[in-house]
Ligand binder design. Structure first.
Ligand SMILES: Nc1ncnc2[nH]cnc12
Ligand SMILES: [Zn+2]
Length: 322
């Protein structure tokens, strides 16, 4: 049982956290036929590419500032209900532009959701702006420029998500240079769909303090040592990895091996309802399936706070709350 443990989440895509029932209501509100993507209360996809398509379609039914405030508040309330003290949400201002809402209104809605949730439970949250690899380097540079210029105290990080098989990390390095120069924390999806080379690419081209997933680094033990030596923290999402077939089962998942090799590991849910999981479930996996003790799980949560994209005063408060 992990219900008594304080929790932190560093890796959750906001639209990927959309509860199916809320998405169904939104689709009805806007007269959007979502029956191919949402059936019997579950999102429908069959591989990584179709997951990304389903994700983009689901995102289309969140259209206004208030839609985003509600989505954010709903997810953070759920997290607060399981003793989560801190959450980083991966957000796409590009998506705000694509649906005609505009990036500023998209972010304003999300910030309002954070404000409402925080008022109720005290949950702290920050935003990681992401570029989507499958929309190409120019769009990712646009996302980085937006994040760099936003001067929004809740936007504290930059990420690259989407189709990992499209291009190489170096094609996106300029976007990370812009984000780094603006003082944003850097993390990047790698070693999820592609092998260890993608993690090495990420270290070489981006020098991030964290990597989203990174689990396929296990295919190269020299690289695992490099991650441990650099102190690069992995945002590991076991339920997502199993759902997407990155590993066939929990027995072959490398979470424990990475931790024992000295790599900083943390636990997150990625896109919880898409992968039939939740942050609560991921903590339960850590205890039940991976066999970690409460002290070991608390140590991972501490690692997450140490690696969080927050100012030092907030980090101190979070560490004290843990
Ligand atoms: N698991 C994932 N990998 C890459 N891009 C994503 N976008 C949303 N979820 C993702
Ligand atoms: Zn992700």
């Amino acid at each position: 049982m992990t219900s008594h443990l304080k929790k932190v989440e560093l890796h959750c895509h906001l639209e990927g956290a959309a509860p199916p029932a809320l998405t169904a209501a939104q689709a009805q509100k806007y007269g959007v036929d979502i029956s191919a993507e949402l059936r019997d209360g579950a999102y429908v996809w069959h591989d990584f590419a179709s997951f990304l398509e389903c994700y983009d379609k689901v995102s289309e039914v969140y259209r206004t500032e208030e839609d985003y405030a509600l989505l954010t508040e709903t997810y953070l309330d759920e997290l607060a209900g399981i003793h989560t003290i801190y959450s980083e949400l991966i957000v796409s201002p590009d998506h705000g532009k694509r649906i005609g809402l505009g990036a500023d209104a998209y972010i304003a809605g999300i910030c309002e959701g954070i404000r409402r949730a925080r008022e109720k439970s005290g949950i702290e949250a920050r935003l990681i702006v992401t570029g989507e690899r499958h929309f190409g380097p120019e769009s990712v540079i646009g996302a980085a420029e937006y994040a760099a210029k936003a001067a929004n105290p809740l936007i504290t990080g930059f990420n690259l998500a989407g189709e990992e098989r499209m291009g190489r990390v170096a094609d996106y390095a300029r976007a990370f240079d812009i984000a780094r120069d603006a003082g944003l924390g850097l993390t990047i999806h790698a070693g999820e769909v592609c092998g260890a080379f993608s993690v090495a690419d990420a270290l070489d081209a981006v020098r991030p303090s964290r990597i989203g997933h990174g689990v396929r680094a296990i295919e190269d033990l020299d690289l695992v040592k490099r991650l441990a030596d650099l102190g690069t923290v992995l945002e590991i999402c076991p339920g997502s990895n199993i759902a997407l077939g990155v590993f066939p089962d929990f027995a072959s998942h490398p979470l424990r091996r990475l931790k024992e090799a000295g790599v900083g590991v943390t636990i997150s849910s990625d896109d919880p309802p898409f992968f039939h999981t939740s942050l609560k479930q991921e903590y339960e996996f850590a205890a039940g399936v991976f066999g970690f003790s409460d002290a070991e799980i608390d140590a991972m949560t501490r690692t997450a706070i140490e690696a969080a994209f927050v100012d030092e005063q907030t980090r101190k408060v979070l560490l004290a709350r843990l």
